[in-house]
Design a protein around this ligand. Structure first.
Ligand SMILES: [Zn+2]
Ligand SMILES: [Zn+2]
Length: 221
């Protein structure tokens, strides 16, 4: 077929006849990974921290006994939207793939369960709705936690060795480094192909130097 079906969400060619393109689906996979890596925890923190800090409204002190503790509405609303969205789509996708277990009823576990099935779900009739809703809920949560986690693409491919049938080859997946001051994931390098391909910028530098030494040695012989 000469013209591929345009993506329902971004109108770029989807690359095949799926309703949603790989790029839009990858944003969802990345988003779900951040939910189980740090966002679920950060949301919980945001609700708790501001609950503890809140209580001054316009300098007027409220009597503790009379006033309920103010909670961070933005964070708690984002958490409940995200929870509702993920559990809805877990239910839909679980019905279609009856073999897999159901995740626990918590954000991190649902996100971990959903991430690997998104690429497959991209071809389903409901793909646009699924991907649009999950992306919107994740974005709302990121805004609500107000923590600057940045993802910077790295202009070199993943070098983890994988098996292609019987032949070992480099993974070649797109790499991103996470900059998240104060979080355990700060400085981690992630691969778009496989969430187990985790390294650090230091690992990458070591690998780069090793490759350079090998090249020098080969040039000498
Ligand atoms: Zn798209
Ligand atoms: Zn990889």
């Amino acid at each position: 077929m000469a013209d591929h079906y345009p993506c329902d969400l971004c109108a770029r060619p989807s690359g095949d006849d799926a309703p949603v393109c790989v790029r839009c689906a990858d944003e969802t996979v990345e988003g779900l990974r951040s939910v189980h890596d740090w966002l679920a925890e950060a949301l919980e923190d945001a609700v708790a921290r501001r609950t503890a800090l809140g209580g001054t409204s316009g300098g007027k002190r409220t009597r503790a006994a009379a006033a309920p503790l103010p909670i961070d509405l933005r964070a708690s609303e984002a958490a409940s939207v995200l929870h509702g969205t993920l559990s809805t789509w877990v239910r839909v996708l679980h019905e279609e793939s009856a073999t897999s277990r159901l995740p626990e009823d918590d954000l991190a576990d649902m996100a971990r369960w959903l991430a690997p099935v998104i690429r497959w779900a991209r071809a389903r009739g409901y793909a646009a709705e699924l991907i649009d809703e999950v992306n919107a809920a994740v974005r709302q949560a990121v805004r609500a936690v107000d923590r600057p986690v940045r993802r910077i693409p790295i202009p070199e491919p993943c070098r983890v060795i994988i098996l292609d049938g019987q032949t070992p080859k480099a993974c070649g997946g797109r790499l991103t480094v996470l900059l998240a001051p104060g979080l355990p994931i700060d400085g981690q390098v992630r691969c778009a192909e496989d969430s187990d391909h985790v390294s650090t910028l230091t690992d990458l530098e070591v690998a780069r130097r090793r490759a350079r030494r090998v090249r020098v040695r080969l040039a000498r012989t």
